[in-house]
Write a protein that binds this ligand. Structure first.
Ligand code: SAM
Length: 428
């Protein structure tokens, strides 16, 4: 035992246990002396399923399927577990258990030696549970890391080998010496590999938790992907023929959806599908989710301000992509009325130090030039160009200092000032 028995008994006394079906599988497995994860590891897995909500789970070492069933039970609805086992007798038992639990659709059992099976796997998993032969972990590691999603977590069980890993190699039996050396190597790799962050916990037989650290840009991309995924989900129950707002952060931060709802009956539903940081190229790639799927009666667009931050981009190039967006909407939704919104002004003098370099490029002059082009684009397509900026401007044409967060983004008070005119367009 790694931690002392009284401590373990105390911690386990709080364990609320698993579902009756899991309890039964565990009892049977223990009676047949089939290894299954210990209570501490079980509660850790239950916790991680709730905390990380993984949808694609991979397990190395099924045995008779207890931990696969446990993860499947406590993961979010729609999650899928893929698990690998090489021992035929156990494969048969595991398949029976998956069937008994009605989980055949949600658990895929891959048969064979994990080294070969892992090599053939593609795609990525957001949660990987390593629970096979301890001496093999280091061999599986390159594949496991290849398969681990950018924000994924790898959980490895039995890493402290009942405390053996602490001992000098001469203190462990000859048979265990190779495992001992390989496990130390494995833990060293997990804790020293650049891009990984690992914690080793003395729970159960020793468990390590590893996450792949993301580069800031990857983290940003992933966050945006999640938001777009949320929109996709929300679209399923959203009404068609209403109003959609598409664009970047300046749209996303406009609480137009909530405020329109507060106005009550008789106001169409307004769906804000703005995505912070998105450019015209980004919007093009998610146009189905952010606009088309909702088949709105009206769509308000404010996209391109992030493109303006890029010095290398000419306004003409930005407008070409903007036009591509319009062409698609016009083709797919010929009935939809499209409003092109003027870009909001900025305020360099009121800007934070971090924002200033960006506002040296995205100047009010560049914004004014871009707005002229948006207006021309609207005219060419016979669309509405709307400029709500009047209440936002100070006497020098800048975004009013009291309305801005850091020179570019707008506070709720600023949005409040333009909301009535915006709603007039919604209602017309
Ligand atoms: N995760 C299971 C649970 O808690 O219900 C227990 C797994 S048991 C500790 C380890 C399993 O990994 C054994 O059934 C063993 O046959 C399997 N195994 C070991 N080495 C393997 C390998 N190289 N490829 C596939 N399976 C392997």
């Amino acid at each position: 035992m790694i931690t002392n028995d009284r401590m373990i008994a105390f911690i386990d006394s709080f364990d609320k246990g698993n579902t009756p079906f899991l309890e039964e599988i565990e009892k049977e497995a223990r009676a047949a002396e089939i290894p299954v994860i210990r209570p501490a590891t079980q509660s850790l897995l239950r916790f991680l399923m709730a905390a990380r909500r993984p949808m694609r789970i991979l397990e190395v070492g099924t045995a008779v399927g207890f931990s696969a069933l446990l993860m499947s039970e406590y993961a979010p609805e729609g999650a899928h577990v893929t698990t690998i086992e090489k021992y035929e007798k156990r494969i048969l038992e595991a398949r029976k258990n998956f069937k008994r639990g009605g989980r055949e659709e949600r658990i895929t059992l891959l048969e064979g030696d994990a080294a070969g099976v892992l090599e053939g796997l593609r795609g990525s998993y957001d949660f990987i549970f390593m629970d096979a032969a301890k001496g093999q972990y280091i061999r599986f590691l390159p594949h496991v890391l290849r398969l681990l999603a950018p924000d994924g977590m790898l959980v490895s069980d039995n890493v402290l080998q009942d405390g053996d890993v602490l001992e000098s190699r001469f203190a462990v039996t000859r048979r265990n010496r190779t495992i001992h050396a390989r496990m130390r190597e494995y833990l060293y790799a997990l804790t020293h590999e650049p891009g990984l962050e690992t914690v080793i916990l003395p729970a159960g037989d020793g468990v390590s938790l590893t996450v792949r650290k993301q580069k800031p840009v990857e983290a940003w991309r992933l966050e945006k992907k999640k938001l777009v995924e949320e929109y996709r989900r929300a679209n399923r129950t959203a009404l068609r023929g209403q109003v959609v707002c598409a664009g970047s952060s300046l749209m996303e931060m406009f609480p137009v959806e909530e405020w329109a709802k507060e106005l009550g009956e008789g106001v169409p539903a307004v769906y804000n599908r703005g995505v912070g940081g998105y450019t015209t190229t980004d919007l093009l790639s998610v146009l189905d989710i952010c606009v088309l799927d909702l088949a709105p009666a009206k769509v308000f667009i404010n996209i391109g301000t992030n493109d303006l931050n890029n010095e290398q981009e000419t306004v003409a190039e930005i407008m070409d992509r903007y036009e591509e967006i319009l062409n698609i909407i016009e083709r797919e939704l010929p009935e939809t009325v499209i409003y092109l919104m003027a870009y909001y002004p900025v305020n360099y003098e009121a800007a934070s130090e971090e924002m200033k370099p960006c506002l040296r490029i995205r100047t009010n002059e560049r914004i004014a030039q871009a707005n002229q082009e948006v207006e021309k684009l609207a005219r060419r397509h016979g669309l509405r160009y709307i400029d709500l900026n009047e209440p936002l401007r100070d006497e020098r044409g800048r975004l009013k200092a009291e309305y801005t967060i850091e020179g570019m983004h707008i506070r709720p008070e600023g949005y409040r000032a333009i909301f009535p005119e915006f709603m007039a367009y919604v209602r017309e």
